[in-house]
Design a protein around this ligand. Structure first.
Ligand code: ATP
Length: 259
C-alpha cells in the first residue's frame, strides 16, 4: 500500500451571529468526515462528488496544506499528518495538479525556466543533464521543443496545463493528486490530456488520485472510483454495475451516464 487515509476529518470554524453574551461561541462544520481510503502503488483512484462535497479539502489535507481535525494519513509506513515531514520531502513524493494550475506559472518565466526550477531544487546533481531532461519532459506531455523558449501567455490553456503536468513529473513523484485537471479545457483537449496522463501513469507506474465532478471521465481512466457526498465517502467501486451500488446519490449519478 502506498497512501492510507484513516478516519480523516477536517472541520472549519463557522462564525455565527452573536445573539447575546452567552451565545458567542463559534461552531464548526466538517468539510470532510471520517474518510478512510487507500491508494495503491500504480493505481488510479477516481474521487467523484458534487460541488462542496469535500474533494479539494481532502487533497489539501493529504498535502499538509490543511491540518486535520482528527484522523491519520500515512505514506507507506510514515505518518504525514503530524506536520513533522518537511514540505520539500512530501512534495518530492506527492505532487498536485489543479484546474487552475496554469495560473501558478510565473508570467515572466519561460517554459524552460519553469521546468528547470524543480530539477534544480530536487536534483542538483543532475545539472549537466537538466536541458535534456527538460526536452524529454516536454516530449512526455506532447509539447514541441520550441515551447521551451515561450512564456505562458504564448500558450493555449491546454498547452499550459501540459506544462503544469510536465512540472509535476519533473519532480519524479510517486503520487499525483489531480484536482479537476481538465475541467477548463475543451472536449477534444480534455480527451488528449487524459490520454497523455494515462500513458505517463502506465509508463512511470504512478499512483493518481483523480478528483472530478465528471463521472463519465473516470470510466476508462480510473481503476476504482470513490464517491464523496457531504464530506463522506459513501461508495467505492471497481465494477461499473449499477445493481451493485449501495447509495442513492451514486445510483442517481450513474443514471446520468451516457452508454
Ligand atoms: N478554508 C475554508 N474555510 C471554511 N470552509 C471551507 C474552506 N475550504 C472549504 N470549505 C468548505 O468545505 C466544504 C467542502 O469544500 P471543497 O472545496 O473541499 O469541496 P469540493 O468537493 O472540492 O467542491 P468543488 O468541486 O466545487 O471544488 C464546502 O462547504 C466549503 O465551503
Amino acid at each position: 500500500m502506498m497512501l492510507e487515509l484513516k478516519q480523516v476529518t477536517k472541520a472549519y470554524p463557522v462564525r455565527r451571529r452573536r445573539k447575546g453574551w452567552f451565545n458567542k461561541q463559534d461552531s464548526e462544520q466538517a468539510a470532510v468526515k471520517q474518510v478512510s481510503l487507500e491508494l495503491q502503488r500504480g493505481e488510479c483512484l477516481g474521487l467523484v462528488g458534487e460541488s462542496g462535497s469535500g474533494k479539494s479539502t481532502l487533497a489539501q489535507c493529504i498535502l499538509g496544506l490543511e491540518p486535520l481535525t482528527s484522523g491519520e494519513i500515512w505514506l507507506d509506513r510514515q505518518p504525514i499528518h503530524t506536520g513533522k515531514v518537511k514540505d520539500v520531502h512530501l512534495y518530492k513524493r506527492i505532487q498536485l495538479v489543479a484546474q487552475d494550475s496554469s495560473s501558478s506559472l510565473h508570467p515572466r518565466m519561460t517554459i524552460r525556466d519553469i521546468l528547470m526550477e524543480p530539477l534544480r531544487n530536487y536534483f542538483p546533481e543532475r545539472k549537466a543533464q537538466a536541458p535534456d531532461i527538460c526536452l524529454s519532459l516536454l516530449e512526455a506531455v506532447g509539447l514541441e521543443a520550441g515551447s521551451l523558449e515561450k512564456y505562458p501567455s504564448q500558450l493555449s490553456g491546454g498547452q499550459k496545463q501540459r506544462v503544469c503536468i510536465a512540472r509535476a513529473l519533473a519532480v519524479e513523484p510517486e503520487i499525483i493528486l489531480f484536482d479537476e485537471p481538465v475541467a477548463s479545457l475543451d472536449t477534444a483537449t480534455q480527451s488528449s490530456v487524459l490520454k497523455l496522463l494515462k500513458k505517463v501513469q502506465v509508463e512511470r507506474q504512478l499512483s493518481y488520485l483523480f478528483i472530478t465532478h465528471d463521472l463519465q471521465s473516470t470510466r476508462t481512466f480510473c481503476d476504482r472510483v470513490a464517491f464523496m457526498y457531504q464530506g463522506e465517502i459513501v461508495e467505492v467501486f471497481k465494477e461499473w454495475n449499477e445493481d451493485l451500488l449501495q447509495h442513492e446519490y451514486t445510483r442517481t449519478l450513474f443514471q446520468t451516464l451516457v452508454e
